[in-house]
Write a protein that binds this ligand. Sequence first.
Ligand SMILES: Nc1ncnc2c1ncn2[C@@H]1O[C@H](COP(=O)(O)OP(=O)(O)OP(=O)(O)O)[C@@H](O)[C@H]1O
Length: 377
Amino acid sequence: MAKVLILDHSKSVRNILRERLEYEGFSAEAVEDEATASDMCEKVPFDLIISDTGCKVPDAGIPFIALSADASVDSAVEAVRNGAQDFLTKPIDMNRLMQSIHRTIENPAPAPAAPAPVVRRSRRARPAEAEHIIGISPEIEHVRQLIDKVAPCEARVLITGENGTGKELVARWLHAKSSRAAAPFVEVNCAAIPSELIESELFGHERGAFTSAIKQRKGKFEQADGGTLFMDEIGDMSLAAQAKVLRALQESRISRVGGDKEIEVDVRVIAATNKNLREEIKKGNFREDLYHRIGVIVVRVPALREHAADIPTLVDHFVRTISAEYGARPKPVDPAALEALRQMPWTGNIRELRNVVERLIVLSGERITARDVKEYY
Ligand SMILES: Nc1ncnc2c1ncn2[C@@H]1O[C@H](COP(=O)(O)OP(=O)(O)OP(=O)(O)O)[C@@H](O)[C@H]1O
């Protein structure tokens, strides 16, 4: 199975591309910044990178396709000069992209030894601050109030809720409203890292600690020093890794893999899970002592079906923000289309709603109709 890395500052572009690539049978990883992309390229033998022209593609000799919101000849020339094998404009024509991917993977041209850095920043670079939490239902209001209460204290927080409900957004706000806001917010997805790499990912490694450790590297705990470490999908971490995290939390010290020095770290951990950790403890999959360490305060983010009253406000918000990302005028949404959207089960929660709205913006005509919703949901 060909492996593709998606590098784009926009979460919605990453989500839509990853979904489509996985649907087409590729293995796809999506990252938002160059540093993570470089890291991933050291670990995973990607066959192809798809990157926004506003991002610098890692110099790993992997063929890449450039995407840009700027359709000018100049930006196409610039992308190709920087080593891109193809150049497509946004909004993305998925069929063209698929053809381009197959062409590039089947006939990779030799990548230039060291592609020159792309200098132009994307017009749609992700804002440093967290996106707003949209919704006026009592359920969302309750989450907002909890954030305001909990953010200023140093307590560790466990955020629970189904996939796509907004757990990461809540974590970003807990950081943004804390006294650590000026320090880094570092995210680690515990489910995405193979168990043999998690220790080095979290605690870093010294040069020569293992065969591929060609240089010393700081782990996520050190990167988050003074700030917040968001450990997403903590329920998926192996028991061995849990033991190491517990030690780091108990002692506020870590040591890099292959190193004997203890390094003090000042990190507030915010964890998230879509699992019922009490059940996982009963099954022997999660350490009870770690649960008590991370879950001093639990914030439960409701599923979208529990606050369906927010769907019209969320749809309006996504229509406006996604259209702005595409540089297009927001399309009107028919009341019947809105009603149809309200009726959907939304098992993928707000992430799914956002993706459906993006699909509707790309695929509908002048306005978004109930028929479009039926066809593209
Ligand atoms: N209340 C909200 N208002 C606006 N956007 C939201 C809201 N909640 C979630 N989103 C958006 O929905 C998407 C999914 O949210 P997020 O990544 O925070 O979910 P999650 O619960 O962390 O998902 P997962 O469990 O899969 O990691 C993001 O694009 C986020 O910005």
